[in-house]
Design a protein around this ligand. Structure first.
Ligand SMILES: [Zn+2]
Length: 464
C-alpha cells in the first residue's frame, strides 16, 4: 500500500462509510472500519499461555495479546454458551435478555450488535461450530441476512469457509464488515485431532481419558485422581485448544492478506471456562459458578490503534463487549437497558476504573459477587445443581467466601470466619438483583432435533 497520511487514510473510509450507510453513525470518530470477533467455546483463561497456562497451547492468541490489550480479569455472568453469547451481543444480564439456559431463545425485540451494525451499513457474516448457536433456534442470528450465518460442524471446513470469505470478499468493497467465527473444539469430550495427539500428553499413559464416559465416571463416582491423571486429561483439553489456536492463526493470516487488517478491530474471547476437576470432581461447566468457569479470556487488537502489549488488571465483564466495539466503530446504540461500560480508554492505553464488583449466577438460583479480594457465593435455597450426568451432584453451600489473595482457585470456604465481608457482599447481590429488569426469555421449541443436539453436547441425558 502506498504511503499515506494515516489520518487522511482513515478519514477517507469514514466519509465513504457515512455516505453509504443508511443507519446511525455516532458523532464519535471511529477508530476501526471493520470488526472480527473470534470466540472459542469453553476456553478456561488460565490454560492459555498469555494467562499463565502450563502448556504452549496458544501461540497465536499469545501473539495477539502481545500486539494488543489483554484483560486479566474478565468474567461472564453465566458459564453457559447461549446465555453468555446473548450477553456479549445485548450487554444485558441473562435474566434481562431472558436466555438463562441453552433451551431459551432471545425475544425478537432485543436489539443485538449485528442488527446495529447492519443498520449502519455493515455486511455481517458468521460461522459457528456449535449446535447451541444454530440459526433459527435461538434468535442470536438477528442482524445476519439469510445465508450469511452458517453452522459448520466440521471446524476444519469452517476455517476453510471463513478463510475463503476473507480472501474473496472481506474489505473488497467500500462496505464495512463484521465477521464472527465461533469454535467448539475445547468443549468436552476432549478429543484432539490426530495431528495434535501427544503434544502435551504421554503416549504411554494408561488411565482415565477425556471421553464423556470417563469424565462422567470421575464426577459421578467422585474419583480421586492422581496428579499424572489430571495432567493427562488437562493435556488433552489443551491439545484441543491448540487446534483452535492454529485455526485462528489461519484466519488472521487471511485477514492480513485482505490489506485491511490495520482498519480491523480483532477481538478474541471465550464464552466461559471449564471446571477441569477444580470443584466437585467436575470436568464440565454447566453446573459451576466458580472462577474456573466464569473467567474468560478477552483480548483486543488493531495495529496502530489499540495499545500494544497492555495488560489490564481491573475487573471487566463480557457485558462490556458491546459498548466497547460500538464506541470503537463509531456506531450509535439505539438499544436500551445496556449494562456494559466502554473499555475504550484501556484500548487506547489510558488508565480507567474497572468494575468494583462482578456478578454472576447459576440459573436464577445461585449468585456470586466478587471484588478484587473476595469471591462470595450465595445459594439461598440450598439448591444442588445436578447434571448432566444426572447421577452426579454439584453441592454448593448456602454461603461460600474465598480469600482471593491466598486462594485464587476458590478451594477453602472462609465464610464462617468473615461475617462482615459476607454481609457486605450479600447485600451487594441483593441490591443487584433488585435492580435487574427481569424478562423471561422465550422457550425454544423442543423439537426432537434440538433435544438430540443438546444430548450430543452433554446438556441432556442420553435416551429416554
Ligand atoms: Zn460454551
Amino acid at each position: 500500500m502506498p504511503a499515506m497520511n494515516p489520518l487522511l487514510f482513515r478519514l477517507s473510509w469514514v466519509v465513504l462509510a457515512l455516505l453509504t450507510a443508511c443507519g446511525k453513525e455516532s458523532s464519535a470518530d471511529p477508530r476501526a472500519k471493520h470488526l472480527v470477533l473470534l470466540t472459542v467455546d469453553t476456553v478456561r483463561a488460565d490454560r492459555l499461555g498469555c494467562y499463565g497456562g502450563p502448556n504452549p497451547a496458544s501461540p497465536t492468541v499469545d501473539r495477539l495479546a502481545e500486539q494488543g490489550v489483554l484483560f486479566e480479569h474478565a468474567y461472564t455472568p453465566r458459564g453457559l454458551t447461549l446465555p453468555s453469547m446473548a450477553t456479549f451481543f445485548t450487554s444485558k444480564y441473562p435474566e434481562e435478555h431472558g436466555v438463562t439456559d441453552n433451551k431459551k431463545r432471545l425475544r425478537p425485540d432485543e436489539v443485538l450488535l449485528a442488527e446495529l451494525l447492519r443498520e449502519s451499513g455493515f455486511r455481517n457474516r458468521a460461522y459457528v461450530a456449535t449446535l447451541i448457536l444454530r440459526p433459527e433456534r435461538c434468535n442470536i442470528e438477528q442482524g445476519f441476512l439469510p445465508g450469511t450465518y452458517a453452522l459448520v460442524a466440521d471446524e476444519v471446513q469452517m476455517t476453510r469457509d471463513a478463510v475463503r470469505f476473507l480472501d474473496n470478499k472481506f474489505g473488497k468493497t467500500e462496505r464495512r464488515e463484521f465477521l464472527w467465527v465461533h469454535y467448539l473444539a475445547p468443549h468436552a469430550p476432549y478429543k484432539p485431532p490426530k495431528w495434535l495427539q501427544h503434544q502435551f500428553t504421554d503416549p504411554a499413559y494408561e488411565g482415565p481419558d477425556g471421553s464423556r464416559k470417563s469424565l462422567d465416571g470421575i464426577y459421578v463416582n467422585q474419583v480421586e485422581l492422581e496428579e499424572e491423571q489430571r495432567r493427562h486429561i488437562e493435556g488433552l483439553y489443551d491439545e484441543s485448544i491448540r487446534f483452535t489456536d492454529d485455526a485462528i492463526g489461519q484466519i488472521l493470516e487471511a485477514l492480513d492478506r485482505t490489506g485491511v487488517r490495520d482498519e480491523t478491530l480483532v477481538v478474541f474471547a471465550s464464552d466461559h471456562g471449564e471446571d477441569l476437576y477444580s470443584h466437585n470432581y467436575y470436568y464440565y461447566h454447566g453446573n459451576s459458578i466458580y472462577r474456573s468457569c466464569t473467567q474468560v479470556p478477552l483480548i483486543f487488537q488493531q495495529s496502530g490503534q489499540v495499545a500494544v502489549g497492555h495488560r489490564v488488571s481491573e475487573m471487566v465483564s463480557t457485558l462490556d463487549f458491546l459498548p466497547t466495539v460500538l464506541g470503537w466503530l463509531g456506531i450509535e446504540d439505539t438499544g436500551t437497558g445496556r449494562r456494559g461500560i466502554d473499555l475504550g480508554p484501556w484500548l487506547r492505553g489510558e488508565e480507567a476504573d474497572g468494575r468494583p464488583l462482578i456478578f454472576s449466577q447459576w440459573d436464577s438460583t445461585i449468585f456470586s459477587a466478587r471484588d478484587q479480594n473476595w469471591s462470595y457465593i450465595w445459594n439461598p435455597q440450598d439448591h444442588t445443581p445436578s447434571g448432566p450426568p444426572e447421577e452426579g451432584e454439584y453441592p454448593i453451600e448456602t454461603e461460600e467466601l474465598y480469600d482471593l489473595s491466598n486462594d485464587p482457585d476458590e478451594q477453602f470456604n472462609v465464610a464462617s470466619s468473615h461475617s462482615k465481608i459476607v454481609e457486605r457482599l450479600k447485600r451487594a447481590v441483593q441490591r443487584w438483583r433488585s435492580e435487574l429488569q427481569v424478562r423471561r426469555g422465550e422457550d425454544a421449541e423442543l423439537t426432537e432435533e434440538l433435544l438430540q443436539d443438546l444430548r450430543e453436547l452433554g446438556y441432556l441425558e442420553d435416551g429416554p
